[in-house]
Write a protein that binds this ligand. Structure first.
Ligand SMILES: *Cc1c(COP(=O)(O)O)cnc(C)c1O
Length: 376
């Protein structure tokens, strides 16, 4: 049995003809930077997410950095986020000289806990050492964070909210698409994300006209009326035309793929829920199923036995961000965020992609059940 963790080759087999001709068209018109595909993709992404503006950019990380630059985040600012995420979420905060203030997650959803967020914002406000500026909730594993209470905290303290939808794009919260759930949102088109390209790429979403104008300038070296008029210090953060051409084909297939991801998740949950801690999707939430993550006391044994049968698994995340060397200056220690730490010790992710067959899912499930029975 050969099962891929994320099967990009299978997806390519299905979309090959359209992808090849889309890329060929770019070779022919030769507008490799900001070509017509970039403009078209931005329009289609905005429509998909139900927002006014989508801006293509060079990675999910730059898609986080650009809004923070536009909000003029810098030294002395506190940005609240989760320690149970990929490094990029908090890295961009530190890169700008601001301070990431970590807030523990909800044990069931793995997303930032709105109650703890409220406490953290009030604590930092009261201390008066840092100025609370913004919140970056992460839609972990594809599940949108709990935006209603998060937006209430933001409103009460005049903070911006930047949705890290690198994993969540394609999901929804009470009928509203991921990407539209706060003041601005970022996603990643890294190949393994639910909507991935064939290299690095990302996008920003917002309804805010003036923020958009600023981000479009920052995206191209802080340009003003033209390339050689520079009104602020920016970056080169553009999405390239070839990636946009590929993404247009993949975006067209994305709604069907999301249905298939839901099928895979439902079948895993059906088979495993009485034996492992399977994902919990709260009412009104729709996941894009970037990952299917479970918790078990027997993680190592299960991963090993799956590996022996040719089934890859992965751990997201083995070490929460507050315990990473990169953030040692924040002075955290083990025990500071116990829910994230507990999750990091027991969690692992099973193969998840739209092209997994029911037979493959069942064989993975059966292997896990057999292994667990041997433990009893
Ligand atoms: C992948 C990811 C990013 C960064 O995206 P890149 O395109 O790799 O730069 C940011 N945040 C989260 C939660 C991610 O999973």
């Amino acid at each position: 049995m050969s099962i891929a963790f994320i099967d990009l080759k299978k997806q390519f087999n299905v979309l090959e003809k359209d992808i090849r001709s889309a890329v060929d068209r770019v070779f022919e018109h030769a507008q490799f930077i900001m070509g017509p595909e970039v403009i078209q993709l931005e329009q289609e992404l905005a429509k998909f997410a139900g927002v006014k503006h989508a801006i293509g950019c060079s990675s999910g990380t730059d898609a986080l950095l650009l809004p923070l630059l536009a909000y003029e985040v810098g030294p002395g600012d506190a940005i609240f986020t989760t320690p149970f995420t990929f490094i990029a979420t908090a890295e961009v905060i530190s890169l700008l000289g601001a301070t990431p203030v970590f807030v523990d997650i909800d044990a069931k959803t793995y997303n930032i806990d709105p109650e703890l967020l409220k406490e953290a914002v009030e604590r930092v406000s009261g201390e008066g050492r840092l100025r609370p500026r913004g919140i970056i909730p992460v839609d972990l594993f594809g599940l949108p964070a709990d935006y209603d209470p998060i937006m209430t905290v933001a409103q009460d303290h005049d903070l911006f909210v930047l949705e890290d939808a690198a994993q969540g794009f394609g999901g929804a919260y009470f009928g509203r698409p991921a990407g539209s759930l706060s003041h601005a949102a970022s996603t990643s088109f890294f190949p393994a994300k639910p909507l991935g390209c064939y290299g690095d790429g990302g996008a920003i979403f917002t309804n805010d006209d003036s923020l958009t104008e600023k981000m479009r300038s920052l995206l191209v070296h802080g340009q003003g009326i033209n390339k050689y008029d520079n009104v602020r210090v920016g970056i080169n953060g553009r999405l390239d035309t070839i990636q946009a051409a590929i993404l247009l084909v993949k975006l067209a297939a994305f709604p069907d793929e999301l249905k298939e991801r839901q099928r895979v998740a439902d079948r895993y949950t059906e088979g495993l829920r009485n034996h492992l801690e399977t994902p919990i999707i709260p009412e009104g939430h729709t996941s894009s199923w970037a990952q299917y993550s479970v918790q078990s006391d027997h993680r190592e044994a299960l991963q090993n036995s799956l590996k022996e049968s040719g089934i890859p698994t992965a751990i997201y995340y083995p070490k929460p961000l507050h315990l990473q060397d990169a953030f040692v200056n924040l002075g955290h220690q083990t025990g500071d965020f116990p829910i994230s730490e507990a999750a990091s010790r027991r969690i692992f992710s099973l193969p998840m992609h739209p092209y997994l067959t029911n037979e493959q899912i069942d064989s993975i499930t059966n292997l896990i059940l057999k292994n667990l029975r041997n433990k009893e």
